[in-house]
Design a protein around this ligand. Structure first.
Ligand SMILES: Nc1nc2c(c(=O)[nH]1)N[C@H]1C(S)=C(S)[C@@H](COP(=O)(O)OP(=O)(O)OC[C@H]3O[C@@H](n4cnc5c(=O)[nH]c(N)nc54)[C@H](O)[C@@H]3O)O[C@H]1N2
Ligand SMILES: Nc1nc2c(c(=O)[nH]1)N[C@H]1C(S)=C(S)[C@@H](COP(=O)(O)OP(=O)(O)OC[C@H]3O[C@@H](n4cnc5c(=O)[nH]c(N)nc54)[C@H](O)[C@@H]3O)O[C@H]1N2
Ligand code: SF4
Ligand SMILES: [Mo]
Length: 747
């Protein structure tokens, strides 16, 4: 213990640790200037207001925080922030209230010999963390410890975690919850454009003549982006491609209610129509793309009758879609989880990208092949979590990249792994194969959100040591942990998020974290010192200092933001989009990528990529006759509900019970009535849910929101081969009537 404290001696608060017999006390945590852990501490702000970015979805709305004595007392939607212009969704309005919950993790918790989690001091927690993980690494090798991170922490924290785990602690495997979400888009963009680069700016919602939403329900999932669509004054055609009649589809001028997972043949069929009719831009194709000849030959097989059969659409619907793209000048193509979460997500996303490319709907106002990302900082995670990419969108396998990063970080190049990490699913499989013996889960709720929960929980149970770092101690995953590290959450720390349109925005510390909870940043710092690699992170003294390092890492890359001066400057600009290189003339101006028709591949061209589409792996049959779709249920629920269920206001805005949407015709033939409790069963598990009869789902399909722990008991663990993203949105289930039971599945 004493040696750990000596190591910690480099930290200003170490003396206090000694005084208090090694316990980080409340007084210590309330020291002015944060915990003495940073040169520019994550301090509370004075009275008045400050604008910061919302910590839920990737829209990245600006929220104005009202402060009294340095503490947030209220918030309102920022009117001058260029993203949301005075609007916010219910989650944003309620963002502060969810932080004061009784189940906030306030001290570290360690599982005792009786198998219960009990409060311990930070130094006992650190001692256990280091001893247990080191012992596992000594016994099973350094790669037997892995981490799973998130798209919901500031980029500075994410980068610290990735660098600490891989360069400091010798891990090779670490992935993020962004695998469940954006991996498909990342791979699709990298392969097609040469860099993970969503090209749009939100003004494109307003400047399009045609907006195509594929597998996206922005009315629920990105409500303020949808408000931007509503500001469009060009009488846009809105095409929604979704098996369900979603809230968004209700606004559409064309709703293509395709069979689940038939997007890929649809897009190939539309490409064929466009090519056959000469509705393509040959000059652009020749100058800016490669692979067109092969693509045209390939889609020749996707004639209308085949596409009608595979999608379930009528021929005139498909033709109308193609005509719409041709007739209007500017078409933007938007996609989200209905595309990404699929066993063939990458090629489906690329099929959509191809439509934008062959019609020159890219790089101009109101156009683009635009993946909408999910979490507040999924974009920061995609570039800086050090999981699939080496920091800053670099490549672990590229010696020049390793050399560059080692130089910027002043570390030995040998510390940088030369191989990519296993993906989330491979880490889970690695646990089964006894290759991974300890897991550190940060800011994600694996035991709820990972696909096929029955299996997932068994896998987590096999671990020798599970560390969970969360703001609540009651999450499904935290309650399985051997050690819980209590984290400060949104509003209790500072840093930057990158939103869907590549805008870097600032979050601030406007309230104190409860008890002994520390910002994730300071937890990483504490771990670095306890592990004995604090030296390596001497320059990583505060989020602001790390932001300077991130800028250096971005220099010369497509996401260069060396021109983003500092937090105050970024906040004054209303956030800045990358690229923002040094010396950029009007950094505050909105920008879209590829205006010059040049892409990030060495030859400057975008690649047209394609592959034969495949049928759903788990087809419905006599025993399991329905296709289960899952997704977002309401604008007031966030993921696994650890946060949103804490707000009395939000709880009133969403259904009280787990429900399953069933088509009234199917219900009639099963004898199921509205609000009846029924069992939904797949080959992997079952749940009880209230039947909600609605024609929004087609016959033969049912929908269950993902916000309930039970949902992923049903899902089938199949993955896209390129992105390894789970295919959450299609598996076969049956509906079973039972007596009306009083008990129900809690969330
Ligand atoms: N309120 C709220 N907002 C959120 C979130 C939240 O939890 N709550 N989460 C955030 C995150 S991380 C993400 S990733 C985004 C997700 O945002 P979205 O992707 O828009 O939301 P989902 O409901 O998951 O999926 C979108 C639609 O895909 C459809 N779909 C299913 N299968 C198919 C198919 O085969 N083809 C097509 N074309 N469509 C299909 C579903 O019916 C669903 O309506 O939302 C973000 N915003
Ligand atoms: N069936 C089905 N499953 C799905 C999906 C689907 O559509 N269908 N969607 C998938 C998608 S797209 C996503 S993104 C995932 C989301 O799945 P998760 O990432 O598991 O969901 P969250 O509830 O957002 O989990 C975030 C966790 O971090 C904690 N937390 C919040 N802020 C902080 C912080 O600042 N620091 C720390 N340390 N912890 C914090 C929260 O309390 C919570 O426990 O779910 C996936 N699962
Ligand atoms: S739309 Fe997204 S970013 Fe905006 S307030 Fe709602 S949750 Fe926050
Ligand atoms: Mo997501």
């Amino acid at each position: 213990m004493s040696s750990m404290l000596e190591t910690l001696g480099q930290l200003p608060f170490a003396s206090l640790l000694h005084q208090r017999e090694g316990t980080l006390t409340r007084e210590l945590l309330q020291q002015p200037g944060g915990f003495g852990l940073g040169q520019v501490p994550d301090r509370l702000l004075p009275n008045g207001t400050t604008t910061m970015v919302c910590g839920y979805c990737s829209t990245g709305c600006g929220l104005k925080i009202h402060l009294k004595d340095g503490e947030a007392v209220n918030l309102s939607a920022a009117t001058s922030y260029p993203v949301n212009m005075g609007m916010a969704c219910p989650k944003g309005w309620e963002a502060l209230s969810v932080m004061d919950a009784p189940d906030r993790a306030k001290t570290p918790l360690l599982r005792n010999s009786a198998g219960r989690l009990e409060p311990v001091s930070w130094d006992v927690a650190m001692q256990q963390y280091v001893q247990r993980l080191r012992a596992i690494q000594d016994r099973h090798g350094p790669h037997s410890v892995a981490f799973i991170s998130t798209g919901q922490m500031p980029t500075e924290e994410m980068a610290f975690l990735g660098a600490l785990a891989k360069f400091g602690m010798g891990m090779r495997h670490g992935d993020g919850n962004t695998r469940q979400c954006m991996a498909t888009s990342v791979v699709a963009y990298k392969q097609a454009f040469g860099f993970d680069a969503p090209p749009y700016t939100y003004a494109d919602f307003e400047e399009s003549d045609v907006l195509v939403f594929a597998g996206a329900n922005p009315c629920i999932a990105h409500p303020i982006m949808w408000e931007r669509v509503m500001r469009n004054r060009r009488s846009p055609e809105i095409v929604v491609i979704d098996p369900r009649m979603t809230e968004t589809a209700m606004y559409a001028s064309q709703h293509l209610a395709i069979k689940p997972k038939s997007d890929q043949p649809l897009f190939y069929g539309v490409a064929k129509l466009l090519i056959d009719r000469g509705w393509i831009d040959e000059a652009f194709i020749a100058a800016s793309t490669e692979g067109f000849e092969d693509f045209a030959r390939f889609v020749a097989d996707y004639d209308l009758s085949r596409v009608v059969l595979e999608t379930g659409l009528r021929p005139e619907q498909i033709e109308r879609f193609a005509e719409t793209i041709h007739e209007r000048d500017r078409t933007s193509f938007w996609w989200t989880m209905g595309v990404n979460q699929s066993y063939q997500g990458v090629r489906t996303a690329q099929a959509l990208i191809n439509l934008a490319l062959i019609t020159n709907n890219i790089g101009r106002p109101g156009t683009g092949a635009n993946s909408i990302t999910g979490q507040c900082n999924a974009m920061g995670s995609r570039l800086f979590s050090n999981t699939t990419n080496l920091l800053g969108g670099h490549d672990f396998a590229n010696p020049q990249h390793r050399q560059k990063i080692a130089g910027i970080l002043h570390i030995d190049e040998q510390k940088i792994p030369t191989e990519n990490s296993w993906a989330y699913n491979e880490i889970m499989e690695g646990i089964l194969r006894d290759k991974i013996k300890a897991l550190w889960i940060i800011c994600t709720n694996t035991a709820h959100s990972w696909i096929n929960q029955n299996h997932a929980r068994e896998v987590l149970d096999r671990l020798d040591f599970l560390v969970v770092q969360d703001i609540y101690h009651t999450t499904e995953t935290a309650t399985m942990a051997d050690l819980v590290l209590p984290a400060a959450g949104w509003g209790e720390k500072e840093g930057t998020f990158i939103n869907s349109e590549r805008r870097i925005g600032v979050t601030r510390k406007v309230r104190k974290a409860p008890g002994q909870a520390l910002s994730d940043f300071n937890i990483f710092k504490l771990i670095a010192h306890s592990w004995g690699c604090g030296e390596m992170f001497a320059r990583w003294s505060s989020p602001a200092a790390v932001f300077e390092i991130l800028k250096e890492l971005s220099r010369g890359t497509p996401c260069d933001f060396t021109g983003a001066r500092d937090y105050s400057w970024i906040a004054q600009q209303g956030g800045v989009q990358w690229p923002c290189p040094t010396g950029m003339e009007s950094p505050a101006q909105e920008r879209r990528l590829f205006e010059d028709g040049r892409f990030f591949h060495a030859n400057g061209k975008a690649k047209l990529l394609f592959e034969e589409s495949r049928p759903m792996p788990e087809q419905p049959n006599g025993e399991f006759p329905f296709i289960l779709l899952t997704g977002r249920g309401s604008a007031s629920q966030w993921h696994t509900q650890t946060r949103t269920s804490k707000s009395a206001v939000l709880r009133k805005l969403y259904p009280e019970h787990l429900f399953v949407e069933v088509n009234p015709n199917d219900a009639r033939s099963l004898g199921v009535v509205h609000n009846e409790w029924i069992t939904v069963e797949s080959r992997r598990g079952n749940l009880r849910a209230m039947a909600l009869l609605t024609p929004a789902v087609q016959r033969g399909q049912v929908f269950i929101p993902m916000h309930y722990e039970a949902t992923n008991r049903l899902t089938d663990a199949v993955f896209d081969p390129y992105s390894k993203q789970p295919s959450y949105k299609c598996c076969a289930v049956k509906l079973v009537r039972g007596e009306n039971e009083s008990h129900h599945t809690p969330w």
